[in-house]
Design a protein around this ligand. Structure first.
Ligand code: FES
Length: 110
């Protein structure tokens, strides 16, 4: 069952950047695109665990600050030829507030 939880105001996330939300031992990077779309991924690059939240968002991708892999925000997966995926969490935007499905987060943290 979904457990939608209001986690922050979209204006607390820099455009083309991210804000980290901690749940248990999991760091979740919540990204904001130029068009104010929001996405949530575990804050660990599928390459060597770099902090995706510190990368630059372009379009619907983020570039990892460590070695420059590009990761799709919608899926968490690296753009070919690189391979691997960061965990992706359901998130939605409603009246300027960002909601995260904590049931999926708890399952990932377990
Ligand atoms: S850790 Fe992200 S590109 Fe290497």
């Amino acid at each position: 069952m979904n457990q939608w939880t209001d986690i922050l105001d979209v204006n607390d996330i820099p455009r083309l950047g991210a804000r980290v939300v901690r749940h248990g031992n999991l760091d979740i990077a919540v990204f904001r695109t130029a068009d104010d779309e929001v996405f949530a991924l575990e804050d660990r690059c599928p390459h060597k665990g770099g902090p995706l939240s510190q990368g630059i968002v372009h379009g619907r991708k983020v570039t990892c600050p460590m070695h420059g892999w590009n990761v799709e925000l919608a899926s968490g997966c690296a753009v070919a030829p690189d391979e691997g995926c960061a965990r992706e969490f359901p998130v939605r935007l409603e009246s300027g507030r960002v909601w995260l499905d904590l049931s999926s987060v708890s399952a990932a943290a377990a």
